[in-house]
Design a protein around this ligand. Structure first.
Ligand code: ADP
Length: 306
């Protein structure tokens, strides 16, 4: 099974012809609510590929929280350790997008920040029985560290996605990561290097590797990703499909969720093969709009991915 310790956010999206200035009211032409949050996105993608999944997270005791739990259940995800709190609202991302695709976003992490180490001790049974545990940085760093520690000490493979990136990441995040997977901008923040090509990504991966991870992956959007591992310590570029991207939001989470699925269910595949398949799945996700709504199901994918 795949266990995710991470965030749930309700996306509140308004489309307008132009972004409002301070104090100004503009009329939008469309509004929709979406399910987001990096943790839940990754969990949903893994579940849609056929993984048995559990989401360890915290939402508010409010309608967004209730709806989010329903969404997890509809995706076949266990909500046994999805907590609800009265002390904060469900995490939200209020997003305004203009016709040029430019946006302004306010995230209120809310209940996500109240997921604590006590909750994790309760969920430790599920974490320790999993094949793979994924976490990110949209909950309190101490919570993610505790999740990594529980998984690591029980021999559960850890997949860490340092997003959103923080410059002074606690060094234990590296040593507790079996697989450390970040995108270009996160690699830049973490290393201080400029990352805009597969070659740059390889250099950044070498720096991250030195900090103690077993495997480093840097994703590069339409360029696929770069991998580096202790057993193959030379960076390798894994290109992806040429596709017509319509909305790349959440592509990284689709990729991470897919990678967790392969690590858990196809552990004998080479890392390169897992990444080729994860690239393919994430490339499918960029060809439809929305975040979770663009993530493919096993039944929609070529049989040779399974
Ligand atoms: P993030 O969503 O975190 O910014 P990336 O943009 O690096 O992450 O995308 C993650 C993965 O999604 C890439 O490694 C690739 O597999 C896939 N992907 C993203 N954008 C495209 C694209 N335009 N064409 C094909 N695949 C893409």
């Amino acid at each position: 099974a795949v266990v995710v310790v991470g965030s749930c956010m309700t996306d509140l999206v308004s489309l307008t012809s132009r972004l409002p200035k301070t104090g100004e009211t503009v009329h939008g032409h469309k509004f929709f609510i979406g399910f987001g949050g990096k943790g839940a996105n990754q969990c949903v993608q893994a579940a849609r590929l056929g993984a048995k999944t559990s989401m360890v997270c915290k939402v508010g005791k409010d309608s967004f929280g209730n709806n989010y739990i329903e969404n997890l259940k509809q995706n076949g995800i266990s909500t046994e350790f999805t907590y609800q709190t009265k002390d904060a609202a469900t995490g939200t991302a209020s997003i305004i997008v203009n016709n040029e695709g430019q946006n302004i976003i306010v995230i209120v992490a809310g209940a996500n920040l109240l997921l604590n180490t006590e909750d994790l001790r309760e969920a430790a049974s599920a974490i320790s029985r999993a094949k793979v545990m994924i976490c990110q940085l949209e909950v309190a760093p101490a919570t993610s560290l505790e999740a990594l520690t529980i998984a690591h000490s029980n021999g559960v493979k850890t997949l860490f996605n340092p997003a959103p990136a923080m410059a002074d990441l606690d060094p234990r995040f590296y040593t507790l990561s079996d697989v450390f997977c970040c995108n270009e901008s996160e690699a830049e923040i973490l290393t201080g290097l400029e990352v805009s090509s597969p070659e740059d990504a390889g250099k950044a991966a070498l720096v991250l590797m030195e900090r103690g991870c077993r495997v480093v992956i840097v994703t590069l959007g339409a360029e696929g990703c770069v991998m580096l591992s202790q057993t193959e310590p030379v960076p390798k570029h894994i290109p992806t499909e040429k596709v017509k991207a319509v909305d790349t939001t959440g592509a990284g989470d689709s990729f991470v969720g897919a990678l967790a699925f392969y690590l858990a269910y196809y552990p004998n595949l080479s890392l390169e093969e897992m990444l080729k398949r994860s690239n393919f799945i994430a490339a499918v996700s960029v060809q439809a709009t929305g975040t979770q709504s663009s993530y493919p199901y096993k039944k929609d994918l070529p049989l040779d991915l399974f």
